[in-house]
Ligand binder design. Structure first.
Ligand code: ACM
Ligand code: ZN
Length: 618
């Protein structure tokens, strides 16, 4: 019997009590095992919260904030064990508990709630599961269902990447989303801090990186791909950067939320902002060279010179500061999509190439990566790179982010070649792609990545042996920033697909269930996101419409579709908006050419769930 049917059965058995249990049903990500009993724990202001002494400084303020914001409750907090008979919620560290790192046991009983884990991450994650049983309305005294949850992460790496170079997003935005994403057990925040269109991290040794490199000419309103290059004279008003103090604040805030922050400094390509700030790192002097921060599009000639010693000396200075600032053992150096056209014309690059018997520019890239790898290792960090760093000699000892698919299959070759690998498939995990019919979504790459496709992703390729599977550290969703100038738009692209990615990264495939997930979003998480003031997309409810014109008969065959299950499509053919009194879609139908079709998706209560799709047949 599937999990889903077990739940249904449980609702039926519980009858009137089902309201309490129905809330518990909405877990995202779905835990490994959940069992309910009929009893309840009454959470009210007389409940004492007990935390391990060594975590009291971080955990108490966090828990106090959440109990207050979620439920309006000011509880008492302590690291001392509860008195006999005292109603309590206890967070307990126990090295013997049979869960993995970051896993937990959550036991809700009438007199107590106990979260037991081996580590801080487990206690934090157990609390997030408990929070998902909180009602969203009528906070105050609440009844929580008695239950036992045993839960473990599928992957140790459950990441989200945000590109803040193409469009800078302020520190407050970063903090907000670390808070929200961590409540879905995301534990890695990969911060893509540099690219052609802006350098976003203060480096004290090289102030020009942010004085010049963080700012670009304003091309707002012009399509990203059609922007005219900036001139030296025009004002540079678009951008921003994080000071090292900002970054420390983000790291500390993330640590409380069990999130590790991984910086990315993208070299040797994607470096136009860097060479604009320090032109001597470019390959050669050209009288008409443009050393302005890119304003959009692709920036040719964006690579730093791979042949000059000064490049490596400079990068050493950058990496030293970045390594000192970020406590993560990882440091991401990019390595992707390097345009090598200037290397081919550069006397320094060509000199190094022949001195080292390098066959071509691919091998020169490999030479570059190996030199940078040495610098990273000297800082006691593990280098991460996009999968292009596998080319040429590769980079033994590095960790790979496998993003390409098709001509390259790093999701298979990297673990086969012994590399720890993080799956970031551009086909399933690039949240910059639009998530509904393109004509109904904001501008973006014209590829549709609907929520269900993200949710359905299986990060482990079936070709891998168990030993190779062990090298897969996890999964990460990436939001590239070309088309997301505003915070609202970033949120729209991130949510709810980041929640689907969170479940892909946390839950075992056998507990995943699309219908349960989409229902959980509709009934609980969208309301929670509303409360967090997150501008999520409801594109999963959009009706996809298509038709085939039968010219022989002069009629159109219309097809309506939705990625969701359990909801009904209603449509009209006379131009009016559909309601549940309109025609229910039961299968493709025939309509006359020029008919206006309007369709919407409705839940059982007759509520329109998404936007109305409007098409006019030709
Ligand atoms: C990438 O998408 N260039 C990593
Ligand atoms: Zn060069």
């Amino acid at each position: 019997m599937s999990k889903y049917f077990t739940y249904i059965l449980f609702f039926l058995i519980l009858g009137f009590n089902h309201q309490v249990v129905a809330q518990a049903y909405h877990f995202v990500p779905q835990p490994e095992s959940v069992s309910f009993s009929e009893e309840v724990f009454i959470l009210d202001k007389n409940t004492k919260v007990v935390v391990p002494k060594k975590f009291r400084g971080v955990l108490i303020p966090y828990l106090a904030e959440k109990f207050h914001d979620d439920l309006g409750l000011n509880l008492t907090y302590s690291y001392r064990n509860p008195e006999k008979g005292e109603k309590h919620i206890q967070f307990k560290l126990d090295k013997r508990v049979s869960v993995k790192d970051e896993g937990y046991l959550l036991e809700v009983q009438p007199a107590s709630i106990v979260v037991t884990a081996k580590d801080y991450g487990g206690l934090f994650n157990g609390f997030q599961t408990l929070r998902q049983t909180f009602p969203l309305e009528n906070p105050g005294t609440v009844k929580l269902p008695a239950m036992t949850v045993k839960d473990n992460p599928r992957f140790a790496w459950r990441g989200i990447m945000l590109d803040v170079s193409r469009h800078f997003q302020p520190k407050e935005f970063i903090l907000k989303h670390i808070d929200v994403l961590s409540s879905y057990k995301v534990n890695k925040f990969h911060w893509h801090l540099t690219d052609d269109q802006g350098w976003r991290i203060e480096i004290k040794k090289y102030p020009n990186l942010t004085e010049k490199g963080a700012w670009r000419a304003d091309r707002t309103g012009v399509s990203w791909w059609q922007r005219e290059k900036a001139t030296a004279e025009e004002p540079k008003t678009v951008g921003g950067f994080y000071t090292q103090e900002d970054i420390k604040e983000v790291i500390a805030y993330a640590k409380v939320r069990n999130v590790e922050v991984i910086p990315e400094i993208d070299v040797p390509g994607h470096s136009k902002a860097l060479v604009a700030s320090y032109p001597h790192l470019f390959c050669y002097d050209e009288p008409d060279a443009n050393f302005e921060v890119a304003v959009g599009g692709k920036a040719p000639d964006n690579a730093v010179c791979a042949g000059k010693d000064s490049t490596y000396e400079f990068l050493e200075g950058v990496i030293e500061e970045v390594a000192a600032l970020f406590p993560s053992k990882y440091l991401h150096i990019g390595g992707d999509e390097c345009n090598k056209s200037n290397w081919k014309k550069c006397p320094y690059c060509q000199g190094v190439k022949s001195e080292n018997n390098l066959k071509d520019e691919e091998e020169l890239q490999s030479y570059f990566i190996q030199k940078v790898h040495k610098i990273v290792k000297a800082q006691n960090k593990t280098m991460i790179g996009w999968d292009e760093i596998l080319s040429g000699q590769g980079a033994p000892g590095a960790t790979i982010m496998a993003w390409r698919r098709g001509d390259h299959n790093p999701q298979i070759t990297a673990p086969q070649d012994g590399y720890p690998t993080i799956m970031t498939s551009y086909k399933y995990m690039y949240l910059s792609q639009v998530q509904g019919p393109t004509f109904m979504e904001p501008e973006g790459p014209k590829v549709v990545l609907p929520l269900s496709k993200v949710y359905g992703h299986e990060p482990i390729p079936e070709q891998l042996t168990p030993e190779e599977v062990n090298r897969v550290l996890g999964n990460e969703a990436c939001l590239w920033g070309e088309f997301t100038p505003t915070q609202e738009h970033c949120e729209y692209m991130l949510y709810p697909r980041a929640l689907a990615s969170a479940e892909v990264s946390w839950s075992q495939p056998n507990v995943k269930d699309w219908k349960r997930f989409q229902t959980a979003l509709e009934e609980w998480h969208f309301k929670r996101l509303d409360q967090e003031e997150v501008n999520y997309a409801n594109s999963m409810f959009t009706v996809y419409a298509s038709y085939a014109l039968d010219q022989l008969k002069g009629e159109a065959h219309v097809y309506l579709n939705t990625e969701t299950v359990g909801y009904d499509i209603f449509y009209t053919t006379g131009g009016e908006d559909p309601t549940v009194s309109s025609i229910k879609y039961e299968g493709n139908f025939i309509a006359a050419p020029k008919t206006p079709i309007k369709a919407g998706l409705f839940n059982k209560e007759g509520k329109l769930l998404g936007k109305i799709t409007v098409i006019r047949l030709k």
